[in-house]
Design a protein around this ligand. Structure first.
Ligand SMILES: NC(=O)c1ccc[n+]([C@@H]2O[C@H](COP(=O)([O-])OP(=O)(O)OC[C@H]3O[C@@H](n4cnc5c(N)ncnc54)[C@H](O)[C@@H]3O)[C@@H](O)[C@H]2O)c1
Length: 317
């Protein structure tokens, strides 16, 4: 039976990835340290049902502490554990980013040298591109991140490449483009906008709303990650984008229609935010068979339904 280690398993994308692996009949080692970047109670709820699954072993520990034993008997590692968030990565907070996104990753690669893994998938980000000159952006574009967070992900990709070159580690990087859907992190824009609409509060939008993103529904990101585990070519990076570029104004219109009225306050664009992102997914399509399947409206509807239900569950409890 295939065994996969998912790090960051109680987080937004990680909890969906664990679910999909269990649905495929795989055995899962799910690791998360419940880092308090956002409320650990939210992460516990994300993982609650999965942790009780007979094929899932849940480990609440920092990855560096769990290495190297956590790798024994593992086929694939999907390494999603990281400190996410672009805007918080400036100033003294950067220490957390270097520890969780760079040092921890290097320790994982060191430990992996003596583990017969089939593949390690490293969760990178469209943030490595910064304000890319070419849109949609191809993987071989020069990386020029515009945030410290993006710089840690670019460094992670360099480590992935050099551990592949030097030790033959079968590492593949996947670049996620703004992922959304049920369990989206509470600091992310869709999450905040939906919460504001449901509460009748004002939603603060940084920038003029004309910035565009290649929004990716979470199950598409998960499918791409597992395709990278099974078919990705070691030493390579793959864009995993949703397949269409949409402005924040368009997103607001849809949320307003589904859950509104949504009142918006426009605030100054934040340092570190890229102006636009768009993924050229031809490499992922050709080499991984990756095809994003969800459109924005259906995906937003799913996220809205989940946020509504999650609030009701908390109120009842
Ligand atoms: N959500 C997005 O749109 C997006 C976009 C690009 C890249 N990514 C990357 O995808 C991954 C998952 O993102 P997410 O949005 O699900 O974030 P998340 O914060 O919800 O999940 C990350 C999880 O990792 C855990 N973690 C962090 N460091 C750890 C460590 N050293 N040991 C054990 N657990 C640790 C945290 O507790 C958290 O639950 C991250 O690497 C992130 O940088 C996400």
């Amino acid at each position: 039976m295939t065994t996969v280690l998912v790090t960051g398993a109680s987080g937004f994308i990680g909890s969906h990835l664990v679910e999909e692996c269990l649905d495929r009949g795989w055995r899962v080692r799910a690791l998360d340290a419940l880092i308090p970047y956002y409320d650990p109670a939210v992460k516990r709820r994300n993982a609650h049902r999965l942790a009780r699954h007979p094929a899932c072993t849940y480990v609440e520990e920092e990855l560096v502490e769990a290495l190297p034993d956590i790798l024994v008997g593992v086929d694939y590692v999907c390494h999603l554990a990281a400190q996410a968030g672009v805007r918080q990565s400036w100033g003294h907070e950067f220490d957390v980013y270097t520890h969780l996104n760079i040092t921890t990753l290097q320790r994982l690669f060191e430990a992996a040298k003596s583990a017969p893994l089939k593949k390690i998938v490293f969760a990178s980000s469209s943030s490595v591109y910064g304000d890319a000159e070419d849109l949609p952006t191809r993987e071989d574009t020069i990386l020029r991140p515009v945030s410290p967070y993006g710089a840690t992900k670019a460094m992670g990709e360099h480590l992935a490449y050099l551990y592949w070159r030097s030790f033959g580690l079968p590492i593949v990087s996947v670049r996620y483009f703004t992922v959304y859907g049920p369990r989206q992190r509470p600091d992310m824009a869709f999450s905040r906008a939906i919460a504001a609409a449901l509460d009748g509060d004002e939603f603060t939008l940084y920038g003029d709303g004309r910035q565009t993103r290649d929004f990716t529904f979470v199950s598409d990101a998960v499918a791409g990650t597992l395709a990278a585990a099974e078919r990705g070519i070691p030493g390579r990076a793959y864009n995993l984008g949703g397949g269409s570029r949409v402005s924040m104004r368009e997103v607001i219109e849809v949320i307003d229609e589904l859950a509104g009225p949504l009142r918006v306050r426009y605030a100054e664009r934040q340092r570190g935010d890229a102006r636009d992102t768009a993924a050229d997914i031809s490499r992922a399509r050709e080499e991984l068979g990756f095809t994003p399947r969800h459109n924005l409206r259906a995906g937003l509807r799913a996220q809205l339904d989940w946020q509504r239900a999650a609030r009701e569950a908390v109120t009842v409890a």
